[in-house]
Design a protein. Structure first.
Length: 59
């Protein structure tokens, strides 16, 4: 005898598998580590301090 398949459950399982694969691809494409985020924040802060230090004040 053959196994009875519930098409709703099969469809939802396939969609869940596809969503997990897409999420993994997006994590690899857009994700950054904590160290990378901190390094970028330090670089941004350094640039802001450099610009603020070079400002001329009007009197």
């Amino acid at each position: 005898m053959t196994e009875i398949v519930n098409f709703n459950k099969a469809r939802k399982a396939a969609q869940k598998t596809q969503a997990k694969a897409e999420a993994a691809a997006n994590r690899a494409k857009f994700g950054r580590t904590k160290g990378e985020k901190q390094a970028q924040a330090l670089e941004r802060d350094k640039g802001v301090k450099l610009l603020d230090g070079a400002k001329r004040e009007d009197r």
